[in-house]
Design a binder for this molecule. Structure first.
Ligand SMILES: Nc1nc2c(ncn2[C@@H]2O[C@H](COP(=O)(O)OP(=O)(O)OP(=O)(O)O)[C@@H](O)[C@H]2O)c(=O)[nH]1
Ligand SMILES: [Mg+2]
Ligand SMILES: [Zn+2]
Length: 288
């Protein structure tokens, strides 16, 4: 029988087949192959009364490490305009991971009720220059929720972002009830309390949505240096004009990407992040 893993807790996987959920264990052989089942995996299971065993994981179309989830088709990257403060480096890293996995991306700015005009404008113009779709929300007052809903059909959508930005609050507004636990921002630390502990898929009209635990760091060190530039979609239209076909847009002369940065067509901040990440990747290789 084939189903989809909607939740995984303490070595048990909850596999949905039609409208029933089966508690399953994974067969040991996955561990030998360094493969463990993920939420979102399409799996084949054997049933013994009501207990199930996962016997095969079907090929994944995408795989995220943080949050750990498979077969997602789109990511809503959620940040708050304040409480906790917006973090451009973290957004850049997550965008890279989404591009590597070829996911559709929507950037959500939540808590617009807390924004002072100046800080919102600055952040937004930086993010707009990248070119991704942006949705503004005040999830507590259910503002922006309809716009989110209009993107969900036919997709497996993960909501990700730092702790306390309001991912679970958005999910609850979409679902129309408090399915997810939410937590107030810590007054002392000014950040979330890491309320959500697990990824969980929830079926909605014509698709799935997943809440996920907040994160404060992401590892992108495994990316190949040649792949990195492909993760910056706004560089795309300039590649062909670089003098060298192998141009990394780094120290090479006659680089069209660098010219576009100088001309203000590509955002400086994004280019600097590209260079910083490229150098990290290059340095890592040297020491190996
Ligand atoms: N002012 C304001 N507060 C909000 C808004 N959306 C959510 N919150 C509050 O922000 C706090 C954190 O919300 P959560 O939904 O738990 O955040 P989360 O992103 O799920 O956090 P983790 O589960 O820790 O990753 C809660 O106290 C929410 O009530 C909003 O639009 N405006
Ligand atoms: Mg949460
Ligand atoms: Zn170049």
């Amino acid at each position: 029988m084939q189903g989809i893993i909607v939740k995984g807790i303490g070595g048990f996987y909850y596999v949905k087949i039609n409208d029933k959920i089966y508690e399953c264990k994974a067969r040991g052989r996955f561990r030998h192959r360094d493969l463990s089942p993920l939420v979102g995996d399409n799996v084949l299971i054997d049933l013994d009364k009501d207990k199930g065993f996962i016997k095969e994981i079907l090929t994944r179309t995408s795989e995220l490490i943080r949050p750990a989830i498979a077969n997602v088709t789109q990511a809503f990257i959620v940040f708050a305009v304040r409480q906790p403060d917006f973090n451009m480096d973290l957004l850049n890293k997550f965008l890279i991971l989404c591009e590597i996995n070829k996911l559709k991306v929507v950037i959500c700015f939540n808590k617009i009720d807390l924004a002072t005009d100046a800080n919102l404008e600055e952040t937004v113009s930086l993010v707009k220059s990248i070119g991704y779709e942006i949705i503004y929300l005040n999830a507590k007052a259910e503002k922006g929720i309809e716009e989110i809903k209009s993107h969900l059909e036919g997709n497996v959508t993960v909501f990700c972002g730092p702790s306390g930005v309001g991912k679970s609050t958005i999910l609850n507004s979409i679902l129309g009830h408090s399915a997810m636990e939410t937590g107030a921002i810590s007054e002392r630390l000014k950040r979330g309390k890491h309320t959500t502990r697990h990824c969980e898929l929830i079926e909605i009209d014509g698709g799935y949505v997943a809440d996920s635990p907040g994160f404060s760091s992401l590892d992108i060190g495994f990316i190949k240096k040649e792949s990195l530039q492909l993760c910056f979609p706004e560089f795309n239209k300039y590649y062909d004009e670089c003098k060298f076909s192998t141009c990394m847009h780094y120290k090479e002369p006659a680089c069209a990407v660098k010219k576009a940065v100088e001309a203000g067509e590509i955002n400086n901040n994004r280019y600097n992040f590209y260079v910083k990440t490229l150098e990290e990747i290059l340095n890592r290789r040297e020491w190996k």
